[in-house]
Design a protein around this ligand. Structure first.
Ligand code: M6R
Length: 617
């Protein structure tokens, strides 16, 4: 939530800040702005609060090169306090003009701090919480503090998680960054001519692949070719950079019209990549080298709690169902924002598995911290290595899908599911619930996953026709049972976030308990009903919807000749073992939402009111 980029070097920072912001724009696109220190030592700020057009409008506004300087900060915003407009855009300057800051996080006591500042004569220009930081830092600098001390002092007054970058006219060569708690990461890097700082590693890659991640409670100064790290008491910290495996090209759109289209198309590779080094097809074995739990420890696990938010929660639900069915361990998936506050019974025999592609989601991190303090062994299933979640968990299970830029998660869900399926097999084998012959059979099935997923991509044309029809509805219902329930929930979530159509996901068995009252010609129903033990039950649900005048689209298994007699639209996915069905039904759900969004003229990469990384609760 919100993207930060800062540069200190020898070149004109303005175009570099714009490029850096392009890399982090997916984190928030309500506004965009930069501050640079110009040749006379004064801070120049240009910003635009024009929703999705903010960054392109900002780029145009600075293209005449009237603003320039070799040190600067930039920000893309996801609004929390104050509407989307020019004045609420970051960076924010102190009223004495000495300081400019860009902030990520929520200042929980901002009203109290604002009242105090107003009482002492400060005039606020924006409705944001962040502006208090600008004034606090500005005042400290005016009274003689260094920029670093001023930022640390200001942050100590603030309640809540904070990531902030600041420049000062008094120290025109440096940028200071600070991180307290989990309001999004800060990563720094340098080369001979410059030093850079950003919310996301990807923005640093044009400069260096050697990066340092700030821990909570750390502050950094960057200056041309230099990075200096300190704790909040001012003691220097020495930390070697790590070489990141992320690659800049992977995060480009290429020839695809949208990142989402590219990321949907990358799913066979994402699945393959999640299996690399884990599934050995030749020997029929499967391992998760990153899960270095002793074998005897497997037997002592009496419960698995999986947690995450949004799409990652749906992947976690799939994980719970497959872990319970294969490894026979009671497993549940729970929304992290609930888990973190309900004081759950978690202990050393509970295995906690967090699912978070970014590794930065505020609620998920808080739930993970709770689990850590309860002494539970903990694994995290994630894409972005180096993120905060890896530092909380005991075991990191990378999904290796490649960075996802589209706000709507697609390839990271399928790669998380692949990783969780492998975790289920490893737990099952480790506990002696399945033997090597069964594992061999499962491996044989899993080996087909990439090509099964690739086949479902070929359904695009059929799904697109269905999307045209569904785009005419204002309300949609999604139904599933068993391992198809998370897929139905995900289908509904995708449709809401991309097409802005009201879509409810429900367990099909719940229909008669209230939901049936909604049925009628005004609402279409999308059903995930591949051939499995619950298929007949789903057929009955489909008939019940039809009997009440509802239009029904069903995702069914190739060769199913019955469903077409009851449903209005049928999308046939490849026949495969039941264990793999959620993978092949997921893909048409994603394409359906994408195509419906296009049919309605929405931008699938930048849905309204959303951001890719949710670093505030
Ligand atoms: O980074 P995370 O996986 O922790 O993000 C959790 C959710 O915000 C995320 O899955 C969100 O629901 C999707 N981007 C929606 O498509």
């Amino acid at each position: 939530m919100c993207g930060i980029f800062a540069y200190a070097g020898t070149e004109n920072a303005v175009p570099l800040l714009i490029e850096g912001l392009r890399s982090v724009e997916y984190r928030g696109y309500d506004s965009a702005g930069i501050s640079v220190i110009d040749g006379s030592g004064a801070i120049q700020t240009v910003k635009r609060g024009d929703h999705k057009s903010s960054l392109s409008n900002l780029a145009e506004a600075v293209s005449d090169r009237r603003v320039s300087g070799t040190v600067g900060i930039g920000h893309t915003r996801w609004a929390t306090h104050g509407e989307v407009n020019h004045t609420n855009s970051h960076p924010h300057s102190s009223s004495n003009g000495l300081v400019s800051i860009a902030h990520n996080g929520i200042i929980e006591n901002f009203l109290e701090l604002k009242d105090e500042l107003v009482d002492s004569g400060v005039e606020f220009r924006s409705d944001t919480d962040s502006e208090v930081l600008a004034h606090l830092v500005g005042r400290a600098v005016e009274s003689g503090s260094s920029l670093r001390d001023a930022v640390v002092a200001a942050a100590s007054r603030v309640k809540g998680n904070t990531a902030v970058v600041a420049v000062s006219a008094n120290e025109p060569e440096i940028v200071v960054g600070l991180r307290v708690g989990n309001a999004g990461g800060i990563v720094v890097g340098k080369n001979d001519d410059s030093a850079v700082m950003a919310s996301d590693t990807i923005a640093l890659l044009p400069y260096t692949s050697e990066v340092i991640y700030l821990e909570p409670g750390e502050v950094v100064e960057i200056e041309q070719g230099k990075v200096r790290l300190f704790d909040l008491d001012g003691s220097p910290i020495s930390r070697e950079p790590i070489v990141t495996a992320q690659n800049f090209e992977a995060a480009q759109k290429g020839n695809y019209p949208h990142f989402m289209a590219k990321e949907i198309a990358e799913q066979p590779d994402a699945v393959q990549s999640a299996m690399r080094g884990r599934v050995d097809i030749a020997s029929g074995t499967l391992s998760l080298p990153e899960l270095s739990l002793e074998r005897e420890h497997f037997g002592s696990i009496d419960r698995v709690i999986l947690t995450g938010m949004g799409t990652s929660l749906h992947a976690a639900m799939f994980g719970a169902s497959v872990i319970e069915s294969l490894a026979r361990i009671p497993s549940i998936a729970e929304n992290s924002s609930e888990l973190r506050y309900r004081n759950p019974v978690i202990g050393p025999s509970t295995l906690v598995v967090a699912v978070t592609q970014s590794g930065e989601t505020a609620d998920t991190l808080a739930a993970m911290e709770h689990a850590r303090s309860a002494g539970a062994p903990q694994a995290v299933v994630l894409e972005l290595e180096g993120s905060q979640a890896t530092r909380i968990a005991d075991f990191t299970l990378p999904i290796r899908a490649g960075q996802e830029i589209g706000v709507a998660s697609t390839k990271t869900m399928i790669a998380s599911m692949t990783t969780l399926l492998q975790l289920a097999v490893v737990l099952a084998e480790g506990r002696g619930v399945v033997g090597s012959v069964q594992v061999e059979k499962i491996v044989e099935a899993i080996a087909e996953l990439p090509s099964l997923v690739a086949t479902t991509l070929g359904l695009n044309g059929q799904v697109s026709k269905l999307a045209t029809r569904l785009s005419e509805f204002e309300d949609l219902l999604y139904l599933g049972r068993g391992a198809q329930l998370p897929i139905a929930l995900e289908g509904a979530l995708k449709m809401k976030e991309l097409a802005y159509i009201h879509a409810e996901g429900y367990p099909a068995g719940e229909m008669k308990h209230g939901v049936n009252a909604l049925l009628g010609p005004e609402m279409a129903t999308v059903v995930s009903a591949p051939k499995n033990d619950l298929y007949e039950k789903m057929l009955s649900n489909i008939s019940e919807v039809k009997a009440r005048g509802g239009e029904v689209a069903v995702i069914a298994t190739e060769g199913d000749e019955i469903v077409g007699r009851v449903a209005d639209h049928v999308i046939l996915v490849p026949d495969c073992p039941e264990l793999l069905q959620p993978f092949v039904t997921l893909v048409p759900m994603q394409i359906l939402a994408y195509e419906t969004a296009l049919a309605l003229g929405r931008d699938p990469d930048k849905p309204r009111n959303l951001a890719k990384t949710v670093t505030v609760e």
